[in-house]
Design a binder for this molecule. Structure first.
Ligand SMILES: Nc1nc2c(c(=O)[nH]1)N[C@H]1C(S)=C(S)[C@@H](COP(=O)(O)O)O[C@H]1N2
Ligand SMILES: [Mo]
Length: 252
């Protein structure tokens, strides 16, 4: 009896244990599996949402950084220069058009003279008694030679008669619009017997030419004046002294 009873009890205990184990296993799997599913569904969803958000934030930040940097450089470097240049260029041409038009492309003689003059092309052309015209021989640094026909005014006569160059003047500087300039002593400007080493019968003064090869310079390309001079002696490289687009002559 005890054995039966014990066996029954054992069976009940075993059944209970087995039931318990099976229920516990099924409960565990039921609980864990949704948890894993939920986790795997939520995590990618969070990752997918968070990555774009982070990317957008990163892009926004880099754009902000660029926007902060670029306007900074634009404000400091580009914008202040362009408007200033534009307004500087625009204002003189817009505000005093009549005055500017009259003295535009004028030949200015300044410094140690009785009268500071600003001569127009028409005024120079009207100076018949000091006009000089001839073929000038040129030699440049590379040994290149050529003959060019020029028409213009005698520079020394111009300085003496039209500007009243001071008797104590020692030198003149001829300055072009591009900044190119050449300095001459008064004796060099006074000199009326520059030569052409290939034709020693000729003699030349220093002239301000407005016409080259029988054609006037295009005033739209700058002041239509070129300093032209012959050679001091044979072999003299005179071409570098042919200063084009002269802006002014400074007497000292
Ligand atoms: N305004 C101006 N004139 C200038 C120069 C220059 O740079 N600017 N160069 C000189 C030099 S060094 C030479 S050799 C000749 C060249 O003249 P070309 O360009 O007619 O050959 O121009 C001279 N006159
Ligand atoms: Mo030159």
């Amino acid at each position: 009896m005890r054995v039966f009873k014990n066996n029954k009890i054992l069976l009940i205990i075993l059944l209970a244990i087995s039931l318990c184990l099976s229920s516990c296993r099924s409960k565990n799997t039921l609980v864990e599996e949704p948890a894993i599913v939920a986790a795997t569904e939520e995590e990618p969803a969070l990752v997918l949402e968070e990555q774009p958000l982070e990317e957008v934030t990163d892009v926004a930040q880099t754009e902000i950084d660029k926007a902060v940097e670029n306007p900074g450089t634009v404000d400091l470097v580009v914008e202040p220069e362009k408007p200033e240049k534009d307004t500087d260029k625009a204002e003189p041409t817009k505000n005093p058009p009549a005055e500017e038009a009259e003295i535009e492309n004028a030949l200015k003689i300044q410094g140690n003279v009785e009268i500071q003059v600003s001569l127009t092309l028409d005024e120079l052309k009207g100076m018949n008694d000091i006009i000089f015209e001839d073929d000038f021989y040129s030699l440049n640094n590379f040994g290149t030679t050529s003959y060019t026909h020029f028409k213009g005014v005698n520079l020394w006569n111009l300085l003496e008669q039209k500007s009243g160059i001071s008797s104590n003047a020692t030198k003149i500087t001829v300055i072009a619009v591009d900044g190119y300039k050449v300095e001459f002593t008064i004796d060099q400007v006074k000199k009326q017997d520059y030569i052409d080493e290939t034709n020693l019968d000729k003699r030349f003064p220093m002239i301000i030419a407005w016409e080259e090869k029988n054609q006037e310079y295009d005033s739209s390309e700058g002041p239509p004046y070129k300093l032209v001079v012959g050679q001091r002696e044979a072999g003299d490289v005179n071409k570098p002294q042919w200063i084009s687009n002269i802006d002014r002559i400074i007497v000292e």
